[in-house]
Design a binder for this molecule. Structure first.
Ligand SMILES: C[S@@+](CC[C@H](N)C(=O)[O-])C[C@H]1O[C@@H](n2cnc3c(N)ncnc32)[C@H](O)[C@@H]1O
Length: 238
């Protein structure tokens, strides 16, 4: 997968994308990330990317000209253009999975008050929100989206760190995890995990996932139950 990032920050801002699992994914050529600085598309001496908002009010807005030039230069046929934005579809596992099978993602990162609205009229840009709160920069949101998406690409997460067992993959939250010692501050690891009986361990983990989802995320639980009903119905029809 090719990933382009257009922002006002230099590569060093994106340090989390250059470490750990994402670093390995790039070393294995499973993904390549290209950074583009919006200031390189300006024409004035001060490399101005922003201006005051029409109508007044606080903050600055990204000017359309450098963005237009940059997008025309970077976007290729078949690339998916994404703009992190509080008004976008809230990121969830469905969107993550959909993005993970795309060959080319292009992130357009806002900052300050945002981006001149005409840019999203001119290009087919998908807006994605990382939740109902405001952060300082689209570049930060971009890193979160990329991390979630790249984890889903086959081969990125090694054996022993299975993505399939993560929360949300199957529609349920993950089960609790324990490691040595078997007793800590008087608290014991559940007996079944020490039994060596893999079938029973798997069953216990599944039940824990179910009850955690039911109690902590009733909305997810309802979605999961509906999906299971649909699967059963379709299997009966076959
Ligand atoms: C300070 S915010 C601008 C907030 C904007 N004035 C508003 O109230 O919606 C600057 C940039 O951060 C990014 N951003 C902020 N919150 C976000 C969220 N929840 N999801 C995705 N991107 C976000 C967007 O790219 C936005 O243009």
């Amino acid at each position: 997968m090719r990933i382009d990032i257009l922002s006002i920050f230099t590569d060093s801002y994106f340090a989390p994308l250059q470490d750990s699992i994402l670093k390995r994914a790039q070393e294995q050529n499973l993904i390549s990330i290209l950074y583009h600085n919006l200031r390189d598309y300006t024409t004035d001496f001060h490399k101005t990317v922003d201006d005051r908002p029409y109508g007044g009010g606080p903050g600055m807005v990204f000017k359309p000209e450098p963005l237009y030039k940059a997008i025309r230069d970077i976007a290729k046929d078949g690339c998916t253009m994404i703009m992190p934005s509080p008004e976008g579809t809230v990121l969830g596992q469905d969107t993550v999975k959909k993005l993970a099978v795309q060959p080319h993602l292009f992130f357009i990162c806002g900052h300050y008050e945002g981006i001149d609205a005409r840019i999203s009229d001119l290009f087919p840009i998908e807006k994605i929100s990382i939740g109902d709160y405001v952060i300082t920069s689209g570049s930060l949101a971009t890193m979160i989206i990329i991390d979630a998406v790249v984890r889903q690409i086959p081969g990125v997460v090694g054996c022993g760190e299975s993505v399939e067992q993560d929360s949300f993959y199957s529609g349920l939250l993950d089960h609790p995890h324990y490691t040595r010692p078997a007793e800590f501050m008087g608290l014991k690891v559940p007996e079944v995990l020490l039994s060596g009986n893999h079938k029973e361990i798997e069953q216990w983990r599944f039940e824990q996932s179910q009850s955690l989802t039911k109690s902590k995320r009733p909305d997810l639980w309802l979605k999961y139950i509906r999906l299971q009903d649909d699967i059963q119905f379709k299997n009966k029809e076959k």
